[in-house]
Design a protein around this ligand. Structure first.
Ligand SMILES: C[S@@+](CC[C@H](N)C(=O)[O-])C[C@H]1O[C@@H](n2cnc3c(N)ncnc32)[C@H](O)[C@@H]1O
Length: 772
């Protein structure tokens, strides 16, 4: 709005009809009022989109001006009810939404009302000594950005001294000196006009961190409404089960959409209290700092095998920024982070040879610099509200607030895997696009959307097709389309095939397998596995019903005559779906990870052993439509994070490697710890039980656990197991992290090399080896 237009509109406002001398009621003329507000906005950005309070608003001139300049919310406060009635009429005439409160400024109890800017033309303290300072003092308590005020020039020095000394101001500046033409207002005024010198002040309050309100009573109206809706729903929810989320989402979304991001930020600050989710900071699950430049390592126990390939071993894993703010408490209930959503950090071991053929080994770590990571780093606090665990209503609100504020309900954690395609590396987690990484320095290059052709989530485990070099991916989504399949060209530049498989529900599907055909694995509810041609569509899927289960990771898939064979690690429940309620969770983690004993007293099949993960094989006969399935290894041993020699993806292979769960240690904390590595011989029967496969174990020292196990193939190797297992390990007794290289053919023997790292490497998820 132009200054002249503003001045014109203010000139039409009704003013005091019977001004009260004791309250020093005289109006701020349109010329001065419009310039005050114009300066506050144009020079300091303090009005538009801000919450503004007008102290001693009288007939509302400064409130109206703030509202006309698009303040987010305006509150006018005055002791005098008749003035407020006029202010109400003035606002209504211009169809402005202004809240008016009748109150003596010195009794104003706005504890927790977060106002950006206070504007005022207070009493000068002529009728009641000290009235002017009461206004300044209260303004400085309430405003977070600035207080704009008019005071007699004769009081300048006094005002400055008191504002800086007693009113918590970090600056008190006279913006200009005005001539205040006071028309003859009171009988005792002898002249028709009194010309007073007046200073226009700007005071800036010192930043403070006072008690923030934990109720919605002092919040702007639209948010108050949202809070009321939610509080009501919470009450209803506690007495009624099966409540409907949809209307709540709609109501809240509507209320929140009308609120600026600045205001929402402050709403979050005032309503949410953050604390630490303790287990995320415990032991080797706790995050570490970035180490900076690559660090060369000479602390080696053993030697790099001479035919070991040069390259980089990288492992991804969660490493929350601001780990001390990973739990939230609010009027909506508690929510918290879970381990799986920490920001992705990459840990790399570089293995290269000098010109003289000597090995040089170095280590570096770095966060994956996703768009949302950058946002949280800049804010220096949690931006995305923890939403993975907590009360249903609270997680829903957190989801919604995240979506309204950042356009997505959860951040791009990019913490699960690091896969390669077409000579490029990508960090991924399935709810967002993968981020390309420069493996030479771990810098993040940006999201990968196949030159704009892919706008879906992207699995952490896309699969390269042997021979063609194409990459098969998928994106699963709670919203439609629930499952989109894609085939990416071998040079990574083109999307060759994209098809909606028309799933009726959104489900998390973590892994896929490829053979000459394409297989996808559907979990949750009633389990079934679909097989389809790689370039097929929803109609070309052949579905096989299998026993109910959950399987996160596959060893491999291949064709064997008429059968498609799938080998994976299988549990009865999902670590994610069981992670909802604290009580349930401790019950689950205590028993779900342990080997189930059906004969024990109190055995509960819905809890006991449901997360005890074992290698499993499904054989799907494409000709007869029948399924054969069963466990591959001993019932006493749980394992997951399977890997194979990648040259065998999609074809029949003999060896699978997996991390063996320390079930007791895992059950104690509810987070996986792996204290052995298994080599499963798919081609060899177990000596004692001919139904099962033979397994060799590489046993780690006491209290030493591994993560990121990967197979590294020997250059010019002949056998499938010509190569090494490489893994990060952490010794909890010494708190030292190492990388082990284990000869895959002499699997149970001591590692051929142990590399001691300069810094602890927290437990994490998947690793990969990038050959030079
Ligand atoms: C100088 S007038 C300004 C009016 C209005 N802000 C304007 O610019 O036209 C001062 C206002 O402060 C109000 N007032 C005086 N003492 C007050 C107090 N203790 N608490 C709240 N308002 C008070 C008066 O009623 C009056 O409306």
């Amino acid at each position: 709005m132009k200054l002249k237009q503003l001045e014109g509109l203010l000139g039409d406002l009704q003013q005091f009809t019977a001004p009260k001398v004791e309250l020093e009621q005289y109006a701020t003329g349109p010329h001065i009022a419009s310039r005050m507000l114009y300066t506050a906005e144009n020079s300091f950005d303090d009005i538009t989109g801000k919450v503004v309070a007008d102290f001693g608003c009288g007939c509302g001139t400064l409130s109206v001006a703030s509202s006309l300049l698009d303040a987010e919310h305006v509150v006018g406060i005055d002791i005098d009810p008749q003035s407020l009635e006029l202010a109400q009429e003035n606002a209504a005439d211009l169809e402005l939404d202004i809240d008016l409160i009748q109150c003596d400024i010195k009794n104003l109890n706005l504890r927790g009302l977060l106002v950006d800017t206070v504007v005022m033309n207070p009493p000068f303290g002529t009728s009641r000594k000290g009235a002017d300072m009461e206004f300044i003092s209260m303004g400085m308590k309430v405003a977070t950005r600035a207080v704009y005020s008019l005071h007699k020039t004769s009081t300048r020095e006094h005002i400055k001294k008191v504002a800086l000394r007693n009113c918590n101001a970090i600056s008190a500046e006279v913006l200009c000196e005005l001539r205040y033409n006071l028309p003859r207002t009171y009988k005792f005024h002898k002249q028709n006009e009194v010309d007073i010198a007046v200073d226009f002040w700007r005071f800036v309050p010192r930043a403070r961190d006072e008690d923030k309100p934990m109720d919605g009573t002092c919040l702007p109206t639209c948010i108050q409404q949202a809070v009321q809706v939610l509080t009501l729903k919470r009450v209803v929810q506690s007495s009624v089960t099966g409540w409907n989320k949809q209307p709540l989402m709609q109501e809240l979304t509507k209320a929140l959409k009308s609120v600026s991001s600045d205001l929402l930020d402050r709403f979050i600050d005032s309503v949410y209290k953050f604390s630490e989710q303790p287990y995320l900071n415990e032991g080797n699950f706790g995050p570490v700092n970035e180490i900076g430049d690559e660090v060369f390592i000479d602390d080696l126990n053993g030697e790099v095998p001479k035919d070991f390939p040069e390259g980089v071993y990288i492992r991804n894993g969660p490493n929350p920024l601001n780990a001390s703010q990973t739990a939230a408490e609010s009027i909506f209930g508690p929510t918290s982070y879970m381990y799986y959503e920490g920001h992705g950090m990459l840990h790399a071991i570089y293995l290269s040879k000098s010109n003289l053929g000597e090995w040089r080994i170095s280590y570096k770590n770095k966060y994956v610099d996703t768009d949302t990571f950058e946002l949280e780093r800049k804010k220096n606090k949690i931006a995305f509200l923890p939403s993975a665990e907590g009360e249903p209503c609270a997680t829903l609100v957190a989801f919604l607030l995240n979506t309204v504020r950042f356009g997505k309900p959860v951040k791009d954690s990019a913490n699960t895997s690091i896969f390669q395609h077409a000579g490029r590396a990508f960090a991924a987690t399935e709810n967002h696009l993968p981020y390309e990484i420069d493996i030479n320095n771990l810098r993040t290059l940006g999201p990968y959307n196949i030159n704009g052709a892919w706008d879906q989530p992207f699995t952490s485990h896309p699969k390269k097709i042997c021979g063609s070099g194409e990459l098969v991916t998928m994106g699963t989504n709670i919203e439609k389309p629930h499952y989109v399949l894609g085939v990416i060209s071998s040079d990574g530049e083109r999307l060759l095939h994209k098809v909606d498989l028309k799933f009726e529900e959104g489900k998390l599907i973590h892994d896929i397998g490829v053979t000459a055909q394409f297989i996808q694995n559907d979990m949750g509810g009633i389990s079934r596995i679909g097989v389809m041609p790689r370039f097929g569509d929803a109609d070309s899927i052949i579905w096989f019903d299998v026993e109910n289960h959950c399987s996160y990771h596959l060893f491999n898939c291949f064709e064997d005559g008429n059968e498609v064979v799938i080998r994976g690690c299988r549990t009865l429940d999902s670590v994610l779906s069981s992670a909802s309620h604290d009580d349930d969770k401790s019950k689950c983690s205590g028993r779900a990870f342990l080997q189930p004993d059906k004969n024990s007293e109190g055995f509960d099949p819905s809890v006991d052993g449901t997360l005890f993960s074992r290698p499993y094989e499904w054989r799907l006969n494409l000709k007869s439509g029948t399924t054969k399935e069963g466990y591959l290894t001993d019932e006493k041993v749980a394992m997951d994070f399977p890997v194979i020699n990648e040259d065998f993806v999609g074809v029949k292979n003999n060896y699978g490697y997996a991390q063996v769960v320390d079930s007791v240690a895992t059950s104690e904390i509810g987070l996986f710890k792996y204290n052995r590595i298994a080599k499963v011989h798919f081609d060899r029967q177990d000596k004692e039980n001919k139904q099962l496969k033979s397994v060799e174990y590489h046993v780690l020292k006491e209290k030493t656990f591994c993560s990121g196990v990967q197979f590294v193939a020997k250059e010019n190797g002949i056998d499938e197991d010509d190569g090494w297992i490489i893994t990060y390990v952490h010794d909890e007794l010494t708190n030292v992290s190492q990388v082990y290289i284990i000869d895959a053919k002499r699997f149970a023997e001591e590692p051929v090399l142990k590399i001691t790292l300069p810094q602890r490497v927290p437990y994490g998820f998947h690793g990969n080896f990038f050959y030079k």
